[in-house]
Design a protein. Structure first.
Length: 165
């Protein structure tokens, strides 16, 4: 597994001064995609301190093998406040409730769609297996048929002993 990458090594050992991407997501309700866009769209976004890879021991939320970025908390909090004020994301309980209903409905639809896809994949897999078996039978039969045709054609081309006499 890759080792942690420190972009600002002066913060090594000062974990209490840092805030992780997971903590930001939990606190703001934003998505990882939104955070990724911040880095490219907002020049005032603080620089990350490090990227730490997850292990099975510390993988709450996302699975191990993924990573979290860390920022200096005192630099990131004003940036987050500005984002939240501009977007008014989850500031009002009614907005959070509305988003909950939209997202939970989307999850239900996604679950149904995934279930349908899995069923379709299973059916296609079964159909593909049948087609492969049929192809193999035809190919096996064709080998015997080709042998017969080749032997017959040779027989027809060569004169027999009786015809020579």
């Amino acid at each position: 597994m890759p080792s942690d990458e420190w972009y600002r090594p002066e913060y090594k050992g000062r974990k209490d001064e840092l805030i992780s991407s997971q903590e930001i997501l939990d606190r703001t309700g934003y998505t990882r995609g939104a955070m990724s866009k911040w880095r490219s769209r907002h020049e005032d976004m603080p620089d990350a301190v490090c990227k730490k890879w997850r292990t099975p021991e510390n993988s709450t939320g996302r699975g191990h093998g993924a990573f979290d970025f860390y920022w200096v908390r005192s630099e990131m909090e004003p940036f987050l406040e500005k984002r939240l004020e501009m977007a008014q994301v989850h500031r009002k309980p009614e907005e959070r409730n509305e988003r909950y209903h939209i997202v939970s409905a989307r999850l239900r639809e996604n679950d149904k769609r995934v279930e349908w896809i899995v069923e379709k994949e299973t059916n296609l897999k079964t159909e593909l297996t049948k087609l492969r078996e049929e192809r193999e039978q035809i190919q096996h039969r064709s080998v015997d048929d080709r042998r017969f045709v080749t032997a017959y054609e040779r027989e027809q081309e060569s004169p027999t002993i009786n015809e020579e006499v």
